[in-house]
Write a protein that binds this ligand. Structure first.
Ligand code: HEM
Length: 396
């Protein structure tokens, strides 16, 4: 007798063919088991839009701060993402004020200029890797320009950033946990260095100056700047890559992008294939959720990528409709911990794709995109693209 093991529905998401397109697998979960306890993760798994939204917007019952469920979290890991209101409010306001104090128009124009130059240079090549040559270097310039700090050496920063991303999947692959903790600590030491010797201008200068008058703990501030650097780099570079795949592999997307309101088009690209596919909370009070009782202390994993394709919320969810409105996707989260960088990320992405759709009519994929083996953050390893006219006919 052979025992045929049913494939685990979560581990299955890491199979190469599913990594390429996880949405059919999400649809099966959403239809068959929209709320279930996953033994290996030790967590509830949610895939419906309404359930994910309910958890995100209820920070009274569902915590980001695991100390509220009795866990022991070392202070080296406490950041804006890992503390809840009321403690969370002061650091969130400090960072938000810091962003608002920047000359966003000037920063954006500088980045637009850099993106245009990079694309013009890349257009001379017969083809290039959109991820390594454009999305990643541009994302690093973008986030460091806002922070007002010099860009770290990519040879040091990128592997560490990857280790942190890999660690987000440690529920499935426990060996990814320790390297991520070490990388977070090393990166926080680096961002702490900014605070010890702040630059003259920019977000870091602002928060370094203003922090003294607030209740924000120095460790929390340093760790939160680490989150900004890391989230800004990883989410933005992955968004640019995922969006480029959607644009260059969907017939008519460039024309649709040119005629749609730009922010709506970017929102749809995020809904369609978001960089942040999963998020987590811990329940702090026994709660009825979609017909089950979630107990205090139970972790809850939200598959935002599945929620973003929920047909109960989005008509024709598997279609890229760049003028979709309204578009209540959960790609930036929602509620108290919703993304701080959303408007800046939308603007940068709109600009880069606007240049691509408007000035490079011959832009096309020349190879299949290659996805990284990450489930929490979805993104590409490589995507070979050409901006030049296809060679037709043979010259003799
Ligand atoms: C300028 C670039 C970005 C910066 C600086 C940034 C920064 C942040 C920060 C600091 C938080 C934590 C907020 C809090 O806990 O109060 C956050 C949350 C989040 N960000 Fe971003 N982010 C950026 C880009 C993006 C992009 C492009 C995406 C996806 C399209 C994204 C998705 C999210 C999500 C889903 C959360 C919610 C996490 C949660 O609820 O636990 N971010 N972001």
């Amino acid at each position: 007798m052979h025992h045929v093991m049913a494939a685990d529905p979560i581990l299955e998401l890491a199979r190469p063919s599913v990594l390429r397109n996880p949405y059919p697998a999400y649809a099966r979960l959403r239809e068959n088991r929209p709320v279930f306890w996953h033994e290996l993760l030790g967590s509830w798994v949610l895939t419906r839009h309404s359930d994910c939204l309910a958890v995100l917007t209820d920070s009274t019952r569902f915590a980001s701060d695991w100390r509220r469920a009795g866990e022991d979290i070392p202070s080296s890991l406490l950041s804006i993402q890992m503390i809840d209101p009321p403690e969370h409010t002061a650091v969130r306001h400090l960072l938000l004020d810091g962003f608002r104090a920047q000359d966003r128009q000037a920063l954006h124009h500088g980045l637009e200029h850099q993106a245009r130059d990079m694309l013009a240079r890349l257009a001379r090549l017969s083809s290039f890797d959109f991820v390594g040559e454009l999305a990643e270097p541009l994302a690093l310039r973008f986030v460091t320009a806002f922070l007002g700090v010099p860009a770290p050496d990519p040879a040091w920063f990128v592997p560490m950033s990857r280790a942190i991303v890999d660690g987000m999947d440690a529920g499935l692959w426990p060996e990814k946990h320790e390297p991520a903790v070490a990388a977070r600590a090393e990166l926080a030491q680096f961002t702490g260095g900014w605070l010890a010797d702040p630059p003259e201008n920019g977000l870091v200068a602002h928060v370094a100056q203003e922090a003294a008058g607030t209740d924000v703990q120095p460790d929390v501030l340093r760790n939160s700047l680490r989150v900004v650097l890391h989230a800004g780099y990883e989410s933005v570079s992955r968004l640019l890559g995922n969006a480029a795949v959607a644009m260059l592999t969907t017939t008519g997307a460039a024309a649709a992008f040119r005629s749609a309101p730009r922010a709506a088009a970017v929102d749809e690209l995020i809904r369609y294939d978001a960089p942040v596919q999963a998020d987590a909370r811990v329940c702090v009070t026994d709660t009825e959720l979609a017909g089950v009782t979630v107990r205090a202390g139970d972790p809850v994993t939200l598959f935002l990528g599945a929620a973003n394709h929920d047909p109960l919320r989005f008509a024709h969810p598997t279609e890229l409709r760049l003028d979709r409105a309204p578009n209540p996707h959960l790609g930036f989260g929602r509620g108290a911990h919703a993304c701080l960088g959303a408007s800046m990320a939308i603007r940068l992405t709109g600009t880069v794709l606007g240049i691509l759709a408007g000035e490079y009519p011959d832009a096309r994929a020349v190879a299949e995109p290659e996805h990284r083996r990450n489930l929490t953050l979805r993104g590409l390893d490589r995507f070979e693209v050409s901006l030049r006219p296809r060679q037709t006919g043979r010259r003799n």
